[in-house]
Design a protein around this ligand. Structure first.
Ligand code: DQA
Length: 145
């Protein structure tokens, strides 16, 4: 099994971006933790980050030919992007939505997600563990198929 982990806009600033909200782990730390869990689960992973919506859409389309599902932290695109929703629906692969912060406990505009209702599941509020829990959930869902 192979999973793509997609990080949306501004996530490469992790570690120095609003540490009170997002913690002090860097994106590299997140990726290394995901890689370690993936190895335990016997799953291959690849990572992609972009600040550009179109680049993320292109990645989803390209990667769909080689992966079995996506773990996606869409960043602010969560709350704005019908295009990302359509891309993920279009490739017909399962995905999990993850957020470092608890978006439900923040500004009202973060409460709506364009992805959550078409995701296999969503995990928010656990920092890097949101990715790890999301990966576990996705792998177990794909294994059952
Ligand atoms: C985020 C939450 C989003 O609302 C925000 O725009 C981000 C990060 C998170 O991981 O908590 O960029 O996706």
């Amino acid at each position: 099994m192979r999973i793509a982990v997609v990080h949306g806009p501004n996530l490469r600033l992790l570690g120095r971006r609003e540490p009170a909200v997002y913690g002090t782990d860097t994106l590299e730390d997140v990726d290394r933790a995901v890689e370690a869990l993936a190895a335990q689960l016997g799953t291959e992973v690849e990572f992609f980050q972009s600040n550009h919506e179109g680049a993320i859409l292109d990645f989803v389309e390209e990667a769909a030919g080689r992966v079995d599902g996506f773990v996606v932290n869409p960043g602010a695109l969560t709350h704005t992007s019908v295009a990302l929703r359509d891309a993920l629906l279009g490739v017909e692969l399962p995905f999990v939505e993850v957020h470092l912060s608890n978006t439900a406990a923040r500004e009202p505009f973060r409460r709506h997600s364009y992805l959550a209702d078409v995701a296999v599941g969503a995990v928010y509020g656990f920092g890097v563990h949101s990715y790890l829990l999301g990966l576990r959930g996705l792998v177990s869902r794909i294994d059952k198929k």
